[in-house]
Design a protein around this ligand. Sequence first.
Ligand code: UFG
Length: 327
Amino acid sequence: MRIFITGGAGYIGSHVVKELLKKNHQIFVYDNLSSGHRQAVLGGFFIKGDLEDKNKLNQVFKRYKPKVIIHLASFIEAEESMKKPEKYFKNNVLNGINLLEAMIKNKIKYIIFSSSAAVYQPQKFPLKEDSPLKPFNVYGQTKYLFEKLLEYFDKNYGLKFISLRYFNAAGADLSGLIGEDHRPETHLIPNILKVALSQKKYLEIYGNDYPTKDGTCIRDYIHVSDLANAHILALKFLLKNKKSKIYNLGSEKGFSVKEVLEMARKITSKKIPAKIKPRRIGDPPILIASSNKIKKELGWQPKYSDLETIIKTAWQFYQNYPKGFDR
Ligand code: UFG
């Protein structure tokens, strides 16, 4: 099948591409490489392009006639989104509308969207798909708005979507060929491992006064390959049933920043010093998923999402690429 992936050179996107290639799909990766890496795209046809460029989107849809769009391209940093909301609304919502309009114009009916745990009001756990939605940060608001747009495009134009609400994507492909490489890196596990590699002096722990067991934030870490696999199941379901759906993707377990750090110390056998710093704006204290719905309806089962495998696979990737891709 002809599948078009925005953000396919990014961290999650490159893992999704790898899964799709295993299933012999014909892949078209559309990425402006603003944060993705050409080297992370292990196959398929690469198109350097921006979602801002409506003409290019129309041209490539006309030319390559994809049946399904997997839309991962977006800005992803909660803290930055609080400081530069316009940047986030523009890229994650306005440019996303360009994509949806080009889909309608070219009669493309199916889309899988990478949404986020950040759409929820982070109050009562585990979070289910029908838990109250009240994004804690601008990033979450943009994901929430795009889900709303998808609902209207379904109602008005018959577009069918699956929105996957990722919790904290982490780890790396078991091959060690692809993994997480953000610049600057803001995510917890890569930052911990950079200290283990002596590229940073210490880990900054953003706040130890949260209402949690040890005062640090709790997150639900889900292995990126398990996330990628969920896209394969979503694709099958969407084409067979032609129904729009929303699913959470999390491991259903919460770990504090300190617990993640402890596990990384054990796996790397490094000391990994840490210092307590002020809270980071836009960080909710706790996020934990219920993934029951996707398990029940699509038969999804995470295979690699225990914290040990997550950190081991990430560590393996950094051993292969201590300075990241292309270096
Ligand atoms: N943290 C630290 N030190 C670091 C990095 C992170 O203490 O150097 C803490 C954060 O404060 C947070 C936890 O570790 O409590 C996890 O932080 P990440 O940045 O790894 O992940 P987030 O939960 O902030 O981010 C996730 C996704 C983002 C998305 C966000 C939306 O990874 O892409 O959810 O809520 F924007």
